[in-house]
Design a protein around this ligand. Structure first.
Ligand SMILES: C[S@@+](CC[C@H](N)C(=O)[O-])C[C@H]1O[C@@H](n2cnc3c(N)ncnc32)[C@H](O)[C@@H]1O
Length: 229
């Protein structure tokens, strides 16, 4: 069976100032897909059923480009790839990277704060959504010194670190294809209150499964998958 273990990472030619450069969390997602997508299944979902994928908060576009690249190798994988970001610069950067990887006009880019600018035609259509969100708390203190402050959309996830994610989750069902099984992949950090996050996800009707973790400096970054409860 064809698998994509050795599939090369897309080349990121452009990392504009202020756009999140591909990092450990990005590769936690890509490496998981490399191990769990093959010619028949996308992480257990029949590959023919995966018709639309959204990379929310695309940054340089790397995850969307990776998914687009799989299509060249696995002919049964014909999913249409969408990528969105709140940042104008990120959308420009990702569009340029799409061109430089020779995928011009294959990916649909949407500049939007979460789903606010999504056309209604995309409602109930995504089979998979990936979101590496800003996942750190807005402000934190260490020995009375402020070590982070600001509202940088790359990392600032809100007061508890998961407000942006929860806002996304509150709207996400409107955009998922509930006619069949769907998955949401997202990153979280052990520097936030994960049991509180888990409760919030359950209240919104989702079951969380941890897929992988990596320890980086002061935290574990965690790759999670959500399914309907
Ligand atoms: C941690 S970076 C991830 C970038 C890229 N997906 C990656 O994995 O390398 C978070 C991204 O989410 C975007 N973002 C933050 N808040 C957003 C929102 N409300 N709506 C859409 N995108 C958002 C940021 O601009 C940034 O590009």
């Amino acid at each position: 069976m064809k698998n994509i273990n050795f599939f090369p990472d897309p080349i990121i030619h452009s990392t504009f100032k202020g756009v999140y450069p591909p990092s450990d969390d990005t590769y936690l997602i890509i490496d998981y897909f490399k191990k769990n997508v093959n010619e028949n299944f996308f992480d257990g979902l029949p590959i023919n059923n995966v018709k639309k994928i959204l990379d929310m908060g695309t940054g340089t576009g790397i995850i969307a480009l990776f998914l687009q690249g799989i299509k060249k190798y696995i002919s049964k994988f014909t999913s249409k790839i969408y990528a969105s970001d709140i940042s104008d610069v990120a959308i420009r950067c990702a569009t340029l990277n799409e061109r430089k990887n020779n995928y011009k006009d294959n990916i649909t880019f949407i500049k939007s704060d979460l789903f606010r600018k999504f056309p209604s035609t995309l409602q109930h259509s995504f089979d998979i959504i990936v979101f590496n969100p800003p996942y750190l708390a807005s402000i934190s203190y260490k020995e009375n010194n402020l070590i982070r402050n600001g509202n940088d959309s790359n990392w600032d996830g809100g007061e508890r670190g998961f407000e942006v994610l929860l806002e996304f989750i509150t709207k996400v069902k409107d955009f998922l294809n509930s006619e069949q099984k769907y998955y949401i992949y997202y990153i979280s950090s052990s520097s936030t209150d994960l049991s509180q996050l888990n409760d919030e996800l359950e209240i919104r009707g989702f079951q969380n499964r941890i897929l992988n973790k990596r320890h980086i400096f002061f935290e574990d970054i965690i790759l999670n998958r959500l399914e309907e409860l």
